[in-house]
Design a protein around this ligand. Structure first.
Ligand code: MSP
Length: 513
């Protein structure tokens, strides 16, 4: 394996009782963006996604569809693979919890926890929500419209009384509180860290980690009447894919602990509380960071199947274009906050940021080069203050972007790029190369060269967010494919003058209703 630094990022594994929707596409897109960014920045990346196929909910959905659980899982899991391909996600692996490698990993982790004295057999009596696959205390319940008791998520609950294994979660309070305070931050955004921290401060009860009332899952080693709680099973996927239980293997040594578990805010507690506690119990280091992003609403309304307003990622990509949707989802909302999806804001982003700002700048400058500079990249003359200012701005972008990416402020990383795009538009308009071309062709050549150089660097920097469009831009600039990494940014790799150019084609069309 190479000596490059490693970066391991994971998406949640998706339940197969549902077809892919905008929420799934969003979480995976954020990871795809970060994985692509890190690859270009010289890291050896492992990017994992997959499907969560066990549990009572899946068993029930399969029965309702008249299928065996595995037939049902095969079918739905494939749709998530299709989504990954359709959205140009660059995952390196796709894990399914029904795979043998995963069963081995789960059982090994269980045995470690048992050997370390963190698992004991007792009886569970309490409320369980199949939809959330979670247990709830009486004090957490809410009242439904007809006075019935519901889970805090609004899901129906049932009273469960059965023999169960328990994990000594209560023993991990202090260690978890220390974990939340360690730096660099282990849980982001800060508001989410505080949320999980105060939950722990409120006191932890031991967690029921096995069920006997259904079969679709990983049997507890040594007592196969019991099926492991689906969240132990699901969370372990992150280690399975890194080669666990082969802890001395190259892959595990390289990629564990994972750098980022990306999750939605609804599953924060599982990732920032249960998962680190399980790992601590097994003597394994927890992931370096859990980042919990917000949720989308649709035109101001909560998205739900019953309201019939679920956003289908396949459909919006068909309508607006893939890179356009990728850009919108990552740019529109401060990453970590909730956001609203609206047609109008999507169209505004496409027409203003992409078509007007970046698209026009590229199309106008490259067309002028093609027409006025004998179809080849011109040579710059002496640089003016204005030329130097815009070049300095683009040369200085990468370290600024990295600072944002280090805390997953994806939208901010795009904002700083678009600030330079906007400055470059100001520069181009201010220099008026079109009116200079007769009187001062040398100056025209310089302005066009400088603008093209800005576009080269912007083209390299937008590869993580809009891979296809970036490729088109860089192809038009004749940048060889091995000169598109972040090592090529900055002042020491300027565009080569004299390179023959083709007639440019617009990369960012306007969206017309
Ligand atoms: N199977 C569990 C995760 C196990 S990970 C060890 C699960 N699956 S899920 O299919 O429900 O996951 C959905 C993901 O999509 C979560 O990260 C969730 O936050 C996200 N979203 C679901 N609806 C969403 C929106 N409306 N907006 C943004 N993301 C949302 O949970």
């Amino acid at each position: 394996m190479s000596a490059k630094p490693s970066f391991y990022i994971t998406t949640p594994i998706y339940y197969v009782n549902d077809i892919p929707h905008i929420g799934h596409a969003y979480t995976t897109l954020a990871c795809d963006f970060l994985a692509r960014f890190k690859r270009l920045d010289g890291f050896d990346v492992m990017f994992l996604t997959g499907t969560d196929e066990h549990g009572q909910k899946v068993e029930k959905s399969a029965a309702a569809a008249g299928k065996t659980p595995i037939e049902f899982c095969n079918q739905v899991s494939q749709r998530f693979r299709d989504l990954a391909e359709f959205m140009n996600f660059s995952n390196d692996d796709f894990i399914r919890t029904t795979e043998e490698r995963h069963k081995i990993a789960c059982q090994d982790l269980w045995v470690k926890l048992e050997e370390n004295g963190h698992i004991y057999l007792d009886k569970y009596a309490g409320w369980y929500s199949v939809r959330d696959e979670a247990f709830f205390g009486e004090n957490e319940l809410i009242e439904g419209e007809n006075g019935e008791k519901l889970a805090p998520t609004g899901a129906p609950i049932e009273w469960v009384e059965e023999e169960s294994y328990f994990f000594r979660l209560s023993a991990f309070e202090e260690k978890l509180l220390e974990f939340y305070e360690s730096l660099p931050p282990t849980v982001l955004p800060n508001s989410r860290k505080n949320e999980v921290k105060s939950f722990v401060e409120g006191g932890l009860r031991d967690l029921s980690v096995s069920r006997t009332s259904f079969n679709w899952g990983v049997p507890v080693p040594g007592n196969d009447k019991h099926i492991m709680y689906v969240w132990i099973d699901a969370l372990t996927n992150y280690m399975t894919a890194a080669g666990y239980p082969d802890r001395d293997g190259e892959k595990f040594k390289k990629f564990w602990p994972a750098d980022i578990h990306m999750v939605g805010k609804d599953i924060l507690r599982f990732h920032a509380l249960y998962w680190p506690a399980f790992l601590m119990g097994a003597g394994i280091e927890p992931a370096k960071r859990v980042f919990a992003h917000g949720w989308w609403t649709n035109e101001g309304q909560k998205i739900s199947k019953s309201l019939g307003n679920v956003i289908d990622p396949f459909q919006i990509v068909e309508e607006f274009g893939l890179d356009q949707v990728r850009y919108f989802l990552m740019r529109e909302v401060p990453f970590g906050n909730d956001g609203d999806f609206s047609r109008q804001s999507m169209i505004n982003r496409i027409n203003s940021d992409l078509a007007n700002d970046l698209g026009n700048l590229a199309q106008r400058s490259l067309s002028m080069i093609f027409k006025n500079c004998d179809g080849a990249m011109p040579s710059p003359g002496d640089l003016s203050d204005a030329d130097n200012a815009i070049l300095d701005a683009v040369d200085a972008l990468l370290p600024k972007i990295r600072e944002h990416i280090d805390i997953q402020a994806i939208n901010k990383s795009l904002e700083v790029i678009w600030k330079v795009v906007s400055d470059a538009n100001g520069y181009f308009a201010g220099e008026e190369p079109w009116s200079l071309k007769k009187t001062d062709p040398a100056r025209t050549a310089t302005v066009l060269y400088v603008t093209a150089e800005v576009i080269r660097q912007i083209g390299i920097l937008i590869q993580p967010i809009m891979p296809h469009s970036a490729e088109k831009l860089l192809d038009q600039l004749k940048i060889p494919s091995d000169e598109r990494g972040f090592g090529q940014l900055g002042g020491s790799h300027r565009l080569k003058s004299g390179m023959p150019m083709d007639k440019p084609e617009g990369v960012f069309p306007r969206f017309v209703e």
